[in-house]
Design a binder for this molecule. Structure first.
Ligand code: F6R
Length: 608
């Protein structure tokens, strides 16, 4: 959601803070600000409503050579997007940037009677609280931060700077990520390692409940209970080209077109197409443990939830004696659900930081159930807290709408299902067709993207004026339709909803009129003829239909047929999803909207 950066070192802090904020802008983008302090303790606070570009305009008139500072890009939770609600927040001598939510901020505010609050934010309360323990510089800043955090309920990733000590920053985390970049004569702070790329390859990922005193050549970490922590320095794998547009107009198009390579990365070393087997080391389950599994719970939000749903249809097809339940994390965390014996939970998250998904992971672990992460962001909180896991390795996904992660999440989960099936002794003749198609999928994705890109641009222009859309599918095409509708609505603001074809007559058919267009997914298979009848029912009511199918003989008079020419049948829905990703992209471009940063949304939802 929000983004944090910090700098202490020999260079000009403003330069890193601004470039870091630009990298993090995709996470939240309604206001931004930075605070720096000069060597003799002169602070400069500059904030602006809107995008980083607005902040840059102000900074152009207020260039500073200060060597220490913090910055923030905000996605509003408490208080509207405005300059006064933007971070950093100041109290006395200190400046604070905060990601997360302080749940007891109202009670704390009452107790901090003497402070004159300027903003409506919970974060300013945190600043005032730290200041109250700081005694105007009489006490150690890190001690003051610890005392304040001990009174706080909620989640935070924070960075604090004081005008009384312009050689250090104090950072802390609980539930909101923070990474410390170790440089030469400089230390950099960010809420996401992508802000550090190009500056250093060495990073320390702070754990929940840890506080660090950070200077240009030293990093001292301890827990809130004053236990020293020895820092583990890890390598940042991301490179610069992975976080740049690379000639594409938008990150979203780049990420859609990248799917042949990103899926190949997911499969690397894990698929043996010759003998038709898969090998996943990460989950760390022994053969005997895999054989015992009777129940899978798949947990995720949004696109990750849809990926789980689609994977569940596949896993049930080839894994005997197993039930698969896919749940929405924000619901499941508060349900009193009974988890049967011999269950394993798959925790699906691109960012690895989604608050609801993380909360489910913790609840499920409490019940003694094994948890396996299907995560993209390396070193993220979910990746570190699961018992085992499979990274999808799709590289950074910068555009808010998730595309390449979905494809790889589905396949990673199917491969986990295949691993169970192999252990349970399911015949190779049953599993081999799945493995063979998985191995071919990256290449087929490349072919389909090439073939449908241009036609979809043309088709999308025609539908850009519609305000409503219905997505339809059955069996594996149903969760795929759900994902297609989500993609369209989140970036183009078209009111798009998905239905299982069979549900149409139970209500949604009443909607069909000239205000709507319909996208129907028709993979060949046992339910194909039934789906064709459903298409006819919509056509008979004047529907404006786009049909996406791999059937050669589809010949109903719909407005557009997008034919998927591929020998793959099992995973045809994954190929159809590419068509829907492009449809959403081009409708949004035709409407002139912000493709990569849709209104009201943020990339990584670290608050509940
Ligand atoms: C939609 C989208 C979101 C995310 C959801 C979960 O395009 O990106 O629905 O899928 O917020 O995020 P992760 O996967 O990071 O847990």
């Amino acid at each position: 959601m929000c983004g944090i950066v910090g700098y202490v070192g020999d260079k000009k802090a403003q330069d890193f803070l601004v470039s870091g904020l630009k990298r993090l802008e995709y996470r939240g983008y309604d206001s931004a600000g930075i605070a720096t302090v000069s060597e003799d303790g002169e602070p400069t606070l500059i904030r602006a409503k809107g995008k980083i570009a607005e902040l840059e305009k102000k900074l152009a008139k207020a260039k500073r050579d200060d060597h220490v500072g913090i910055g923030h890009t905000r996605w509003a939770t408490h208080g509207e997007p405005s300059e006064v609600n933007a971070h950093p927040h100041q109290a006395g001598d200190i400046y604070v940037v905060h990601n997360g939510i302080i749940e007891n901020y109202k009670e704390l505010k009452k107790e901090l009677g003497g402070h004159e609050f300027k903003s409506e934010t919970d974060s300013e309360v945190l600043a005032a609280l730290i200041d109250s323990f700081y005694g105007g510089g009489k006490y150690d800043l890190a001690d003051a931060v610890v005392q304040a955090l001990k009174l706080v309920k909620g989640t935070y990733g924070i960075a604090v700077v004081s005008r009384k000590n312009p050689e250090e920053l104090v950072v802390a985390r609980s539930g909101s990520p923070l990474v410390i970049g170790v440089g030469n004569d400089e230390t950099l702070i960010a809420s996401d390692a992508s802000a550090l790329v190009g500056h250093t390859k060495r990073a320390i990922y702070l754990n929940d409940g840890e506080v660090a005193k950070v200077k240009k050549n030293s990093i001292e970490i301890r827990t809130l209970d004053a236990e020293p922590v020895s820092a583990k320095v890890e390598e940042i794998e991301t490179n610069l080209s992975a976080i740049q547009k690379g000639g594409y107009e938008h990150f979203l198009l780049k990420e859609i077109m990248e799917q042949p390579e990103s899926l190949a990365e997911t499969l690397r070393g894990r698929v043996d197409a010759v003998d038709g087997t898969v090998r996943l080391g990460g989950p760390g389950l022994k053969e005997a443990e895999l054989r015992k599994i009777r129940h899978l719970i798949i947990v995720g939000c949004g696109t990750a939830y849809h990926a789980g749903m689609l994977a569940s249809y596949y896993i049930e097809q080839f894994t005997p004696e197993i039930t698969v339940e896919t749940v929405i994390a924000s619901e499941y965390r508060y349900r009193q659900a009974y988890i049967p014996e011999n269950s394993v939970a798959l925790i699906v998250s691109q960012s690895g930081e989604t608050a609801d998904t993380l909360a489910c992971l913790r609840e499920i672990k409490k019940q003694g159930v094994k948890t396996i992460g299907i995560v993209n962001a390396i070193g993220s909180t979910i990746a570190r807290e699961v018992d085992g896991g499979t990274y999808v390795h799709v590289g950074p996904e910068i555009s808010v709408a998730s595309t390449k992660a979905f494809t790889s999440q589905v396949i990673a989960m199917v491969m986990f299902g295949l691993t169970i099936a192999q252990a349970k002794g399911v015949k190779n003749t049953i599993l081999q067709p799945y493995v063979k198609e998985i191995a071919k999928l990256p290449e087929e994705i490349g072919k389909v993207l090439e073939e449908v890109k241009k036609p979809m641009e043309k088709i999308a222009k025609k539908y850009a004026s519609y305000e409503h859309a219905i997505y339809l599918g059955r069996d594996t095409a149903y969760p795929t339709a759900m994902e297609g509708a989500l993609k369209l609505k989140e970036i183009s603001y078209v009111d798009a909803n998905a239905y299982a074809f069979g549900e149409l007559k139970h209500g949604p058919l009443a909607l069909v009129d000239d205000r709507f267009f319909e996208v129907a997914l028709l993979p060949m298979g046992v339910l194909y003829d039934k789906a064709v009848s459903n298409v006819q029912e919509v056509l008979a009511r004047g529907g404006h239909m786009i049909v996406v199918t791999n059937a050669r003989d589809f010949d109903l008079p719909v407005e557009h047929v997008v034919k998927i020419k591929s020998e793959l049948t099992i995973f045809a829905p994954i190929l159809m999803n590419l068509v829907m990703q492009l449809l959403a992209y081009y409708v949004t471009v035709a409407k002139g909207l912000n493709v990569d940063q849709p209104r009201n949304l943020a990339k990584s939802v670290t608050v509940e």
